[in-house]
Ligand binder design. Structure first.
Ligand code: FAD
Ligand code: DHB
Length: 389
């Protein structure tokens, strides 16, 4: 088999890269080790920045997003006694959209299977080789158990945090990793109940952080700060609803409850691996970096990476010019570090560490960001998404 860009991983990064390259006349093959059903059912992020929405629309996969996505002009930030609303259009002229990552992935897969390049599910033993030459190859076993070799001009490692690509880049470049783990995790639920709020609520509380998001007018998504070693069995639905209601309590406001349809504990970490390129192997999305979810940046960063990477690969493969691939890693990492800082900052401001001195600093920061227009604008600009470069 031969293609121009071999793409490892059919998450949002790999699928969107394939679509963007297809639209520029570049051939791709996407290799995914899970099944289509598994990939489409994975519940993850829910907030799309302006540039993400613009990119999906321009890629011709925005129709359902425009019909079913919910445009949001702000968030509520809460600490005991106060629920402050940020008006994003007023603060920075931008908005965000609620549209689940699983829906973005379904739309991209549907488009690719309809008129796009090959997308192979349930492959195994994926192994990129010779990535430091101009003729990299990807060895893999297809779903029928046949050994295959995909010859490429470039390889995109969009295979997430546990993929095979990042270790090759680190080993080949003597690269470096920066990491921060947090002493807490999120317990997330999906529930069949209308959201009890117009905008998302991010709440600081002495018991720990809580958040109210949504997926549709009839489906709510909620999160609770828990210990990283928390057993999900210790959190029956009643206990979850009680903790959510306590942590987001406000006089005159009621949290509506309903059947819980999904429940899981998510670890929190910040992680950046540099550089994002070794020879003709390019990393994008979670393969290169992880942010804690508080700033809603993970999916949006993956989209930003592949937007830069697509342009760079078109320049390389259509014009034989290496300038943009040579600068890809540095340009992507500038934005990665900004989002890493914002996600760390939101996380640090809103989660209880157990230290009462920290708590006073957090409350001081929350009062500041809810009372100063300059501080509020800084939050709004970062939350709605900074320019790509
Ligand atoms: P992924 O979505 O991880 O896609 C990588 C793909 O590669 C997967 O389909 C995987 O199966 C495949 N793959 C892996 N290894 C191989 C291999 N060897 N061969 C072939 N294929 C392979 N972000 C937010 O902003 N807000 C949230 O609320 C939020 N919640 C999250 C909850 C969870 C449980 C997780 C894990 C992440 C969450 N994130 C959230 C982060 C966000 O979902 C990710 O940043 C986003 O999925 C990154 O997309 P990606 O395409 O880079 O990686
Ligand atoms: C969602 C997740 C986030 O991490 C966030 O900051 C906002 C919304 C969500 O799943 O809807």
């Amino acid at each position: 088999m031969r293609t121009q860009v071999g793409i490892i991983g059919a998450g949002p990064a790999g699928l969107l890269l394939s679509r963007l390259l297809q639209l520029q006349g570049i051939d791709t093959v996407v290799l995914e080790n899970r099944s289509r059903g598994y990939v489409e059912a994975r519940i993850r992020a829910g907030i799309l920045e302006q540039h993400t929405v613009d990119t999906l629309r321009a890629a011709g996969v925005g129709a359902r997003l425009d019909r079913e996505g919910m445009q949001h002009g702000g968030i509520h930030l809460q600490y005991p006694g106060t629920r402050h609303t940020f008006d994003f259009p007023e603060l920075c002229g931008r908005t965000v959209w609620i549209y689940g990552q699983s829906e973005v992935v379904k739309d991209l897969i549907a488009a690719q299977l309809e008129d796009g390049p090959p997308l192979l599910f349930e492959v195994s033993d994926v192994r990129p080789v010779d990535v430091d030459t101009d003729h990299p190859r990807i060895h893999f076993t297809d779903a029928e158990g046949n050994a295959q070799v995909l010859e490429c001009d470039a390889v995109a490692g969009t295979d997430g945090f546990h993929g095979v690509s990042r270790p090759l880049v680190t080993a080949g470049t003597g690269g470096r990793v920066w990491e921060r783990t947090y002493p807490y995790a999120w317990l997330g639920i999906l529930a069949d109940v209308a959201p009890s709020t117009d905008e998302l609520i991010y709440a600081w509380h002495p018991d720990g952080f809580a958040m109210h998001s949504m997926r549709s007018p009839s489906v709510s998504r909620l999160y609770l700060q828990v210990r990283p070693d928390e057993e999900i069995e210790d959190w029956p639905d009643d206990r979850i609803w009680e903790a959510l209601a306590t942590r987001m309590a406000l006089p005159g406001w009621t949290l509506e409850t309903g059947p819980v349809t999904e429940k899981s504990v998510l670890p929190m970490r910040s992680f950046v691996s540099t550089p994002m390129r070794y020879g003709r192997l390019f990393l994008a999305g979670d393969a290169a970096h992880i942010v804690p979810p508080t700033g809603a940046k993970g999916l949006n960063l993956a989209v930003a990476d592949v937007t830069l990477l697509a342009t760079a690969l078109v320049r390389l493969l259509a014009e034989q010019r290496t300038d943009l691939v040579d600068s890809y890693s540095d340009r992507a990492l500038a934005r990665v570090w900004r989002c890493t800082h914002f996600s760390w900052w939101m996380t640090s401001m809103l989660h209880r560490s157990g230290d009462d001195f920290d708590a006073q600093l957090q409350l001081s920061q929350l009062r500041r960001v809810c009372s100063s227009e300059a501080a509020a604008r800084e939050l709004a600009e970062n939350y709605t998404g900074l320019p790509l470069e």
